[in-house]
Structure formats: structure tokens, C-alpha cells
Design a protein around this ligand. Structure first.
Ligand code: AMP
Ligand code: MG
Length: 326
């Protein structure tokens, strides 16, 4: 093809990488206006990070937490939206997902260079504070209150998905029709690739180094969100302790599931459900996935893989790496 025709025909690709929300955020955006769209999306990412962070003392979430048991807090409507998704999953999972898990998460210090196990008394005290029904929301004006002092909201299991949805909305508002967003394993694809083919999203091998995939899912206009116990953990006395906490025990969940990928429309919902399946285990987790009309790929501790019916045509296993299918 003549060079100038090729230049006209070839879609412009903008690639951008940010560090945000404790992870790597990548955007691959095609088409006219992609550059402006990506700038707007990066701004949206920063705005939401400031609202939702558990670590930023000025975030809306920490304002709510500081006022727990005292008074309601005025928040941005985004905080109401993300909490509504979190509370829906908390209810449907009967508290396996609990957005007030903050006091327990804080006891398991994954950031420390010399982590130790929490004190049993502290875990008992933490467990008494975890209760999503203590959250009270009003939409107009947007206000949130939490019943008891010491309780705290931690959006770690759902915020990346929510932010992904909002970034996709921003791209859509800029007329983008082909893009791929990745917030540390929260992947969302818009449309198809510029060549008209489906996007291919690799699923991280739970036991492999980062970037080693055991399967690929082909998709268009979908969120593909993976949560795994290998993502954040520490080792103590030869044992591994990971970051998904079972709100019934206060300890890292031991459900027999090590990785879950959820495929659906809403990235926030997929994010929350991916975390939940790691707490609920295969049987109850799949029940929840079906109830919500989602699809899933679940890898168990004994290296077996469960794939829901709606995905069997779009998943392809990497030869030589696939554990046995259930
Ligand atoms: P994800 O990477 O989406 O699976 O989320 C993991 C994060 O969710 C953790 O780092 C905690 O901040 C939070 N989390 C841990 N356990 C729970 C739980 N049972 N319910 C809700 N959030 C949780
Ligand atoms: Mg999650």
C-alpha cells in the first residue's frame, strides 16, 4: 500500500501507562481523537483515586471512616454508586463480600517488610466491627454514615472495577469505539480491535510469573476481571497469607479457589464478584455468578478449572499450561 494511503487508513493508536490505585493502569485507545480521550481518562482516574482511596486521609472514604459512629458525611455521588454495587454484592453473598472489612484488612499488614501474624484478640475485636448493614446511604443529598466508631469501609475489592467503568464512559463520551483498559487485572474492552477481530485477554496463570497466561478469552464490549490469592501475600514461618479476608474468620480465605475471572458488562460488579468467589468457594461462587447473569473461569487449589457454559466458545487454553478442566 502507498505510504500516504496507509497513513490515512491505519487507525491511530495511543498507548498510555499510569501508576494509580496501587497498580499499573494501561490504556490502548484507537481512532480519531484518541489522544484527547486518553488525557481526559487519565484525569478521571486521578479524580476517582482521590475520592476512593483507603490510604489517602483526605479521600471521601476516609472522611466517612473518621466520622464512623459520629455523624453522616457528605460525599461525591460516585461514592454512592460504588457503595451501592458493593452493598448489593455484600447482601447477595450474605457477607462473604463485606465492604466494611477495613479493620481486618488493616491487621494483615501486607506492606510491612517484616510482617507478622495478627494477635487473636485483635482479630476478634476486628470481626465485631465488620458489618455492611451498618452503612446508611442517602442519594439526595449524597450522604453516608457508618453506625459504630472503629468501623471502616475498604473499597479495595470493587474500586478498580468502578474506576474502569468510569474511564470507559469517558472514552465513550469522546467517541472512542475501540480500546482496551487494564487496571492491574481489571480489563475492559470497548468494541473490537481496529482490524475487526475480537480482543484477546490473557488470564494470569495463578502459579506462573506475572504475564504468564494459562488461557485467552476473546471478547468485545466486555469487562474481564481477575482476582487471585497470588496478587498480594506475605510469607510467615513457611506459610503464605494472602489479602482476601474471610469476614467470618478474620483470616485469609481458604475456600479452595485460588483465582477467579469474571466476564460481564459492569466492571465494578465483575470486580466485586471476582473477590467474592475467592471467599465463597466454587459451588456457592458459581451460584452467585449465575444469579447475576455473569460468566466465570475459576481455578481451584488443586489446579482444576471450571468454566461457565457461556464462555466455552470464547476461551482458548494455552497448550501445555492448562490444568485439568472440571
Ligand atoms: P481484589 O484484588 O479485587 O480481589 O480485592 C482485594 C482487596 O479487597 C483487598 O486488598 C482488600 O482491600 C479487600 N477485601 C479483602 N477481603 C474482602 C472481603 N471479604 N470483602 C470485601 N473486600 C475485601
Ligand atoms: Mg475485586
Amino acid at each position: 500500500m502507498l505510504p500516504f494511503i496507509k497513513a490515512l487508513w491505519e487507525p491511530k493508536a495511543i498507548h498510555r501507562l499510569d501508576m494509580a490505585m496501587g497498580t499499573v493502569v494501561t490504556q490502548l485507545v484507537y481512532g480519531k481523537g484518541a489522544r484527547e480521550a486518553v488525557e481526559a481518562t487519565a484525569k478521571e482516574l486521578r479524580r476517582l483515586e482521590k475520592l476512593l482511596s483507603f490510604h489517602d486521609p483526605d479521600s471521601d472514604i476516609n472522611k466517612i471512616n473518621a466520622s464512623a459512629g459520629l455523624k453522616p458525611t457528605s460525599v461525591h455521588p460516585d461514592v454512592i454508586s460504588v457503595l451501592n454495587t458493593a452493598l448489593r454484592v455484600s447482601e447477595l453473598s450474605m457477607g462473604a463480600f463485606d465492604v466494611t472489612v477495613g479493620p481486618l484488612v488493616r491487621l494483615w499488614d501486607f506492606r510491612s517488610p517484616h510482617p507478622t501474624l495478627p494477635d487473636m484478640g485483635d482479630i476478634k475485636a476486628g470481626l465485631a466491627l465488620v458489618d455492611y448493614t451498618s452503612i446508611d446511604i442517602t442519594a439526595e443529598p449524597p450522604m453516608v454514615s457508618v453506625s459504630n466508631p472503629g468501623q471502616s469501609i475498604d473499597l479495595g475489592g470493587v474500586a478498580k472495577g468502578y474506576v474502569t467503568d468510569r474511564m470507559a464512559q469517558t472514552l465513550g463520551a469522546h467517541g472512542v469505539r475501540s480500546a482496551c483498559l487494564n487496571l492491574g487485572g481489571n480489563v475492559l474492552v470497548i468494541g473490537v480491535k481496529p482490524d475487526g477481530k475480537l480482543w484477546e485477554v490473557g488470564l494470569q496463570h495463578p502459579a506462573g510469573e506475572q504475564g504468564k497466561y494459562f488461557a485467552v478469552v476473546r471478547a468485545a464490549d466486555k469487562s474481564i476481571v481477575t482476582s487471585g490469592v497470588y496478587e498480594r501475600y506475605f510469607e510467615f514461618a513457611g506459610e503464605r497469607y494472602h489479602h482476601i479476608i474471610d469476614p467470618r474468620t478474620g483470616w485469609p480465605a481458604e475456600s479452595g479457589v485460588i483465582s477467579t475471572t469474571i466476564v460481564g458488562e459492569s466492571s465494578a460488579l465483575a470486580d466485586a464478584v471476582a473477590t467474592t468467589v475467592l471467599v465463597m468457594g466454587l459451588a456457592h461462587g458459581i451460584e452467585l455468578v449465575r444469579r447475576l447473569g455473569l460468566e466465570a473461569v475459576v481455578v481451584t487449589t488443586d489446579s482444576r478449572i471450571y468454566v461457565t457454559d457461556g464462555l466455552t466458545d470464547s476461551i482458548h487454553f494455552v497448550p501445555g499450561l492448562n490444568p485439568s478442566l472440571i
